[in-house]
Unconditional design. Structure first.
Lengths: 114, 115
């Protein structure tokens, strides 16, 4: 069964360092997303991506964040200068269609900023 | 803005007990409603969905009915199993008249089923 895969499963980084979280969406999907969940809090939308550009982003997704689909298969989330409050579980998701359709999620990357 | 509120956990039940996890929402427009489940060590999986008022979503013995009059989408199962132990997330999308496909999640409810 096709699945969304994320690497690494756990990333520890020092405050101020850059991190790149990687995702391989389902191959025929067209819409890609990043969400995050700070421990004990809600799963929050960060950004959606379609046709090689951002289609929507939340207030959380500031200039420190960027997304890229560099090679037609990977979908990455970069945090330029990590802060302690960026520590969270980051989920990648993809969907085939626009609208109220199922999004398939990866297992998540736990980011710990120390 | 749109939001989802679900009951606090953890919910601890004995095997074969009846399960209800409450979920209410606030949205403009006509959202679709979802329940996602996260088993230990795994990602979020869609459990069921309903796209319009009075629709009932069902899967693996779980059911939820889209109630527009009470803005609710409560999750129910008649007889839970130990294997149902997981975190359950209520979510909505398309509240802005369908113009967006981002999901808005509740906080999640941890269900622990004891043998």
């Amino acid at each position: 069964e096709p699945e969304v895969t994320q690497t690494p499963s756990h990333q520890v980084t020092q405050m101020g360092q850059e991190v790149i979280l990687r995702c391989v969406p389902i191959s025929n999907h067209l819409y890609f997303y990043w969400y995050r969940q700070i421990l004990g809090q809600k799963v929050e939308f960060l950004v959606s991506f379609y046709n090689n550009e951002i289609s929507e982003k939340s207030e959380i997704f500031d200039d420190q964040f960027s997304v890229e689909r560099p090679d037609g298969s990977n979908f990455t989330l970069k945090i330029r200068s990590t802060k302690l409050e960026d520590s969270a579980m980051y989920f990648c998701a993809s969907s085939a269609l626009m609208g109220n359709t199922e999004a398939f999620f990866g297992q998540g990357t736990r980011l710990t900023v120390v | 803005g749109d939001s989802v509120t679900q009951m606090e956990g953890p919910v601890t039940l004995s095997e074969e007990a009846f399960l209800t996890i409450n979920c209410t929402y606030t949205a403009t427009g006509y959202p679709s409603l979802f329940w996602y489940v996260q088993y230990p060590g795994e990602g979020l999986q869609l459990l069921l969905k309903a796209t319009k008022a009075d629709d009932k979503g069902s899967n693996k013995g779980f059911e939820a009915t889209y109630r527009k009059e009470t803005t609710s989408f409560h999750l129910e199962k008649g007889s839970v199993q130990v294997s149902d132990s997981a975190v359950y997330f209520c979510a909505l999308s398309g509240g802005y008249g369908g113009a967006t496909n981002k999901l808005i999640f509740g906080t999640g409810t941890l269900l622990a089923v004891q043998p």
